[in-house]
Design a protein around this ligand. Structure first.
Ligand code: C5P
Length: 296
C-alpha cells in the first residue's frame, strides 16, 4: 500500500445538456454528454494515522474566499463519507492545488470530490468497483458520478445514471477555449430559472457521439446545446456578453459550461486557440486553452 497518491482532477464540459423535466424530488431529469478537459486541479493524498485535514493553494483568478470553509468542502466531505462507509481507521491529509474556476460550471468541486473518492479507494486499499464509487459520489452531488467514472460519459437522471460512451478506440478530442466572466453562478438558481417549452433537436446524443468518434470539430460545434443557457443569460447578462465575445473572435461554436458561469468555445486547432486566448487576455478576460480528454 502506498502512503501518498497524486491525482489530476480534471474539469469537465457538457457538450450537450438536455433537461427532460422536473422530478418529484425537485431535481431535474437530465441527459448530457460530459467530457473531461485538460484543465485540472492537482490533489495529493497522504495517509495519516487518524487526522483529517485539507489545505489549498490557488492559481491566478481563483479566490480562496470563494472556495468556502474546509469542513463544507466537497473533497473533505467525500473523504469522511469514504471513511464512514467503509469503516476505515486511517485518516488522510488532502492538499489541492486549484486551477479550475470556482462556481464556474466546470465541475471543479465535484471533480475534487471524485478524485478523492478514487484516490482513497487506492490509498486505503479498498478495491471497490467504479460503479459503487460513482453511486457513493451521487450522495454528495449530481455531477460526481460522471467524474468518478471518467472519460466521455452519458449522464442521465439527476446525474446518478452514468455510462461511458463507446468510442471504439482512441479519438483525437477537441481544442477549446474556456473563459470566465469573473462571476459565480449558483447551480440551484440557474436550474430554478429554467423554463420548459423549447424543443431540442432530435438524436442530439447520437449525433454528438458520432462527431466525437470522428473528431469532427466543425460538426460538434454545430451541435453544442445546453438547455440551461437561456436561464443563465437571462440571470447574468455578463455571461451572454462573454459568449458573444467568444463567437466574435472566431470560435467555431460556443456554449455555457454546465450551469455557468464559464463559457467555452470549440476552436479549429491549438494555433487558433492561442490567438483567441491572446485577444481575451488583452481584454482582461480570464481564459485558458484546453483540450478534451475523451479517455481520461
Ligand atoms: O446535486 P448538486 O448538489 O450538485 O445540485 C445543486 C443544485 O442544482 C440542486 O440543489 C438542485 O437545485 C439543482 N439540480 C437540479 N437537477 C439536477 C442537478 C442539480 O435541479 N439534475
Amino acid at each position: 500500500m502506498r502512503d501518498e497518491i497524486t491525482i489530476e482532477a480534471h474539469a469537465k464540459v457538457n457538450l450537450t445538456l438536455e433537461i427532460l423535466g422536473i422530478r418529484p424530488d425537485g431535481y431535474h431529469d437530465l441527459r448530457s454528454i460530459v467530457m473531461p478537459v485538460s484543465l485540472s486541479d492537482t490533489i495529493t493524498l497522504t495517509r495519516t494515522p487518524a487526522v483529517f485535514s485539507l489545505t489549498l493553494t490557488t492559481d491566478r483568478g481563483i479566490s480562496a474566499v470563494q472556495i468556502g470553509p474546509v469542513e463544507k468542502n466537497l473533497a473533505m466531505r467525500a473523504a469522511r463519507l469514504m471513511k464512514d462507509r467503509y469503516g476505515v481507521r486511517a485518516g488522510v491529509r488532502i492538499h489541492i492545488r486549484k486551477r479550475i474556476p470556482v462556481g464556474g460550471g466546470m465541475g471543479g468541486g465535484s471533480s475534487d470530490a471524485a478524485g478523492v473518492i478514487r484516490g482513497l479507494n487506492e490509498l486505503w486499499g479498498l478495491r471497490r468497483p467504479d460503479e459503487e464509487l460513482a453511486a457513493l459520489g451521487a450522495e454528495l452531488g449530481s455531477d460526481i458520478p460522471a467524474l468518478v467514472l471518467g472519460g466521455t460519459v452519458l449522464m442521465e437522471g439527476r446525474g446518478e445514471r452514468v455510462h461511458r460512451l463507446a468510442l471504439d478506440g482512441p479519438v483525437r478530442g477537441f481544442d477549446l477555449v474556456i473563459a470566465n466572466p469573473g462571476i459565480h453562478c449558483s447551480t440551484a438558481e440557474i436550474f430554478s430559472r429554467w423554463k420548459s417549452g423549447l424543443t431540442t433537436p432530435p438524436k442530439m446524443v447520437q449525433n454528438m457521439a458520432f462527431s466525437i468518434r470522428a473528431s469532427d470539430v466543425k460538426r460538434a460545434a454545430s451541435l453544442l446545446h445546453n438547455d440551461l443557457e437561456a436561464a443563465a443569460f437571462e440571470g447574468y447578462p455578463a455571461i451572454a456578453r462573454l459568449s458573444e465575445t467568444l463567437r466574435r473572435v472566431g470560435c467555431l461554436g460556443v456554449l455555457l459550461s454546465g450551469s455557468g458561469a464559464s463559457v467555452f468555445g470549440l476552436v479549429r486547432d491549438r494555433a487558433q486557440g492561442e490567438e483567441i486566448c491572446r485577444r481575451l487576455e488583452a481584454d482582461g478576460i480570464w481564459n485558458v486553452l484546453a483540450h478534451t480528454c475523451p479517455m481520461v
